[in-house]
Design a protein around this ligand. Sequence first.
Ligand code: COA
Length: 349
Amino acid sequence: MSSNGLEGIVVADTSISDVDGERGKLVIAGRDVERLAREGFEVAAARVLAAGGRDTDPAALRAELGAAREAAWVVLPRLGDALDAPDGMDALRSALAHLHTGDDPVAAIGAAPVFVAAWSRRARGLAPLAPDRDLSHATDYLRMTRGMHGDAAAVIALDTYLATVIDHGMNASTFAARVVTSTGSDLVSAVVAGVGALKGPLHGGAPGPVLDMLDAIGTADRAEPWLLAELAEGRRIMGMGHRIYRVRDPRAAVLEEAVKPLASPRLSLARAVEAAAAKILRERKPDRSLAANVEFYTAVLLDAVGLPRTQFAPTFAVGRIAGWCAHVLEQRRTGRLIRPASRYIGAAA
Ligand code: COA
């Protein structure tokens, strides 16, 4: 029997992260996600890169990332119409493909926020803003997007988010990046493959639709009928369910906590919708625990820090690209060509 989703198949030994779906525990490069999230993006990126095999000091990485953002800014005029794409993931995929930075992970990690922010501003009819190498990655990303220094609470929340989503076991985009690397291809090709996989709504494309759902529901009392109607139409509830977790995704709790200081008007509605969705899904699928995943509170958090919903999936990529790069390094050091088999069910010759 083939397993079309490859559930439970181990395809690599890794030091980068471990997902315990039964207990709802996520360890990234030797840290619980709750602690790593508090330490912020530069520390998290340094830790995953080190786990992948590139010794990296967080303070040095902050400076390297600043320089990499500036280097990406220089590439911007050479991107042609890449940033005209209506979809931010399409724009990021095309823009990253213009990098000729070899196997330098920092060049790719630094370029992502510059390209995404420039795309976002262009989509809103605004000129792109040059990076400031002296700022933290999260601060600069927010400033390049919004055109002003974000308030401290928004920067902390975004920094927490980028660290929280930095890596997550053998998810689809990480697997895609490792498959490309396993052929001996280059790092940029691997991260471009990662962006392509992350774009899909079953992976990283859910937070925009989660916000659409909260808007459509409007008030807590409308949650249950709205969700029932959605399911009756044969649609899934976005932000709920997970391939690995059999309990609530631990990142949902981290992000729910990180939203609190932002006083989002959507937080209480989101909690009510989550509770209603969990109850309905429990009744429908008593043998399958379908709880909130990372995307549910991602939507509330990124909205509260002032990012447009079209920028949610690309912002996921801005954080996750560091994880992809760590996996590229690890795959290159320890991996072997990934080449599974298929079972032929076509016509006989
Ligand atoms: N809403 C309604 N039903 C859901 C559901 C959801 N969010 N998630 C799973 N189910 C149902 C499936 O329809 C399936 O029912 P069936 O057996 O009658 O066909 C059952 O639960 C098992 O789901 P399955 O497809 O095996 O789960 P999976 O592990 O393949 O899928 C996700 C995991 C994440 C793709 C899935 O939960 C989903 O589509 N969630 C919504 C999108 C989302 O939030 N994506 C972000 C992921 S981080």
